[in-house]
Design a protein around this ligand. Structure first.
Ligand code: IMP
Length: 191
């Protein structure tokens, strides 16, 4: 079976491809000659994930999936949430992290979570799969592993940020891994 992953992000594609069973041929957008950007204009992760899948479906692709994710801080009513990539107005992790630490400077309750939503269009229907990683926002950025908010996010059960923890641990804990595993299990049971 052929399955298109609606992402232009090569790192994500490589990471996800490693987790798929061999009998599923995972295709990137460039492999199906889809080179347009798909703006994420919805106000929820689920809405953005579906929007990307629907843009690909319009090209006649039968089975495809996409994902969207973000960091939700409880004391900030879920900010930056769906706007995580451009929280500071720029797609730049350092400035996003600085702004979040600034907005949290007088806040004691620092709980937060990463959430990932996968939307799968499969045999004519949409399906959604969610994964979550609970933790808290650190008081300062530490470590350079991972990406995005990882240097300021301490997962529950750990005292180090994801920026300091290894890639193996991050992959095991990750919200994306959890959502993806649910989707892979669903495909295995239904194909
Ligand atoms: P996307 O789903 O890859 O578009 O993620 C949107 C944004 O959420 C990213 O640009 C990051 O700012 C943030 N984000 C999502 N997942 C992670 C993660 O695993 N680590 C750090 N930041 C993340």
């Amino acid at each position: 079976m052929k399955l298109v992953f609606a992402t232009h992000n090569q790192n994500k594609l490589t990471e996800v491809a490693k987790m798929f069973p061999n009998h599923i041929a995972l295709l990137s957008l460039s492999q199906i000659d889809f080179n347009k950007d798909i703006p994420e204009t919805e106000l929820t992760l689920r809405g953005n994930a579906q929007l990307k899948v629907d843009a690909i479906r319009e090209t006649g692709v039968l089975n495809c999936f996409s994902d969207d994710s973000g960091l939700f801080v409880n004391a900030l009513n879920g900010e930056p949430g769906v706007f995580s990539a451009r929280y500071s107005g720029k797609r730049h992790s350092d400035t996003n992290n600085e702004l979040l630490l600034h907005n949290m400077q007088d806040i004691k309750s620092r709980s937060a979570y990463y959430k990932s939503v996968f939307c799968l269009f499969f045999k004519g229907q949409h399906y959604f799969f969610e994964g979550r990683l609970n933790g808290k926002i650190a008081h300062e950025a530490k470590g350079s592993n991972g990406f995005g908010y990882d240097p300021i996010f301490i997962p529950d059960g750990y005292t180090s940020t994801l920026g300091e923890l290894s890639e193996v641990i991050k992959l095991k804990l990750s919200h994306r891994t959890k959502a993806l595993n649910k989707m892979i299990e669903f495909i295995a049971l239904n194909s």
